[in-house]
Design a protein around this ligand. Structure first.
Ligand SMILES: [Fe+2]
Ligand SMILES: [Fe+2]
Length: 206
């Protein structure tokens, strides 16, 4: 990795690197239509870091690349693996683990091809490997990636997209998010954002 990338996150070089990562992730993210999800989750991660801290060199690549593993599943498997209606079912959990494991492999290979620092690649890979399943948090970076991923559902575009892609009503999705919000989030800031977003979604959609 270019040494000038070190610790200057306002630099053009870092911005270019982030853009490049989105470009490398794009073909994989297109499979489930996740480009907007990655962009919005990335925005939430940037906000969360302002209040919670964390290492951007781990958080930003992890959040951008976290869902590239859906590309390893067929459209039918993706449908069975994910969403309100898939919760708790063994088959959905098995398929969900595949998107995590494949995501880890693809993300690590993208970062390695770009010459990213091996120690950081390991940490990013480990976060992606359990981004949807792990209930124990090993670091603030992991907490922020998981929270930013979940916050997508609470955003306006995420709420609309998820209701449509899962074939459920706005009310059903709203109730699902309301019910699970406390157990999903690891940081206080994410829960606060989610509560505010829920108020907005209620006003807009219900
Ligand atoms: Fe995921
Ligand atoms: Fe995700």
């Amino acid at each position: 990795m270019d040494q000038r990338l070190e610790d200057n996150f306002e630099s053009e070089l870092w911005k270019e690197f982030i853009e490049l990562l989105f470009k490398k992730a794009e073909p994989y993210l297109l499979v489930r239509g996740d480009i907007l999800h990655a962009k919005i989750s990335h925005e939430y991660a940037l906000s969360l870091m302002k209040t919670e801290g964390g290492n951007r060199k781990i958080i930003e690549p992890a959040v951008i690349l976290h869902d590239v593993g859906w590309s390893a599943l067929s459209p039918d498997e993706i449908k069975r693996a994910y969403g309100v209606n898939a919760v708790g079912n063994d088959e959905s959990m098995r398929l969900n683990r595949i998107h995590e494991k494949k995501g880890e492999e693809i993300a690590m290979s993208i970062l390695s091809d770009l010459g990213y620092e091996p120690m950081l690649i390991e940490k990013i890979g480990a976060i992606i490997r359990t981004h949807d399943s792990g209930h124990v948090i090993g670091s603030i970076e992991e907490a922020i990636v998981k929270d930013a991923d979940k916050l997508w559902r609470f955003s306006k575009r995420g709420f609309q997209t998820e209701a449509e892609r899962q074939g459920i009503t706005h009310t059903k999705l709203y109730n699902h998010l309301s019910k699970n919000r406390v157990k999903w989030f690891f940081t206080r800031s994410a829960l606060q954002i989610a509560e505010q977003e829920l108020k907005n979604r209620k006003r807009e959609f219900l």
